[in-house]
Ligand binder design. Structure first.
Ligand SMILES: C[S@@+](CC[C@H](N)C(=O)[O-])C[C@H]1O[C@@H](n2cnc3c(N)ncnc32)[C@H](O)[C@@H]1O
Length: 225
């Protein structure tokens, strides 16, 4: 049976996009600390698993403050690296830092809602999407995955990172945190996202679970079928 906290978290989630934007806009300056303590290890492994090669057209959906984006630009100096985030402050910060660190690289980051990507069909070799699905309603995850499928080239790959559900204690703490600040935490999608990937035309080819301290992540690399 669903607990009251779980029910509240799911119910609030459906009306959350505006608050998500506001919350992430407000914390854009301090967000790098969260990435450093919780996401850094998974980012590194996701890049290794992805098969990204220099010279590709690469898109990161939901860049946050740009830590993964800069890794991508660094590994793709002769290619083109694009990023989008709902929060204008996050997108601006990502672009400014990446341009400063890699002035010769071809890159662009903009404020965009992932449910409607402003790119032509078949534009990218590879897409990265880290810790986003938790913040979207189920309908919006379908829309987002369909959009990513559309803008990928045939046989292009999508690497996703999800907050893992492999640690019971963490799951309980997450439910409480999500009930307090749902716009920041969303809800865990580790168990349902792979099915949605498959339904929207992706085939999962690699999977890896990792923990940074107490924080679990699950990385999935999938191919556009
Ligand atoms: C948990 S953070 C993850 C940031 C980064 N990917 C990382 O790995 O650290 C989620 C990000 O998703 C962005 N986001 C939330 N909803 C979005 C949407 N509908 N479209 C684009 N970005 C969105 C938020 O603004 C936030 O920067």
């Amino acid at each position: 049976m669903q607990t009251a906290v779980a029910y509240k978290s799911e119910r609030l989630h459906k009306t959350i996009a505006t608050r998500t934007k506001r919350v992430y806009d407000h914390i854009s300056r301090i967000y790098p600390a969260s990435t450093y303590f919780f996401h850094r290890k998974a980012h590194k492994i996701a890049l290794e698993m992805s098969g990204l090669r220099n010279g590709m057209n690469v898109l990161e959906v939901a860049t946050g403050s740009g830590e993964m984006f800069r890794r991508l630009v660094k590994h793709n100096p002769d290619g083109y690296t694009c990023g989008v985030d709902l929060s204008p402050n996050m997108a601006a910060r990502t672009q400014a830092h990446a341009r400063k660190q890699f002035p010769k690289s071809s890159l662009h980051c903009q404020a965009v809602d992932c449910r409607s990507l402003p790119y032509r069909d078949g534009s990218f070799d590879h897409i990265f999407c880290c810790y986003l699905y938790e913040l979207l309603s189920t309908d919006d995850i379908y829309l987002t995955m369909e959009e990513m499928h559309r803008v990928l080239k045939p046989r292009g790959t999508l690497t996703s990172i999800l907050i893992g559900q492999q640690a019971e204690f963490f799951n309980k703490a997450y439910l409480v945190a999500a009930s307090v600040v749902p716009a920041f935490w969303g809800r865990q999608m580790d168990l349902s996202a792979p099915g949605i990937l498959q339904e929207t035309g992706f085939r999962v080819i690699k999977e890896h679970k990792v923990r940074q301290g107490f924080y679990p992540s699950r990385i999935l690399t999938s191919v556009k079928d």
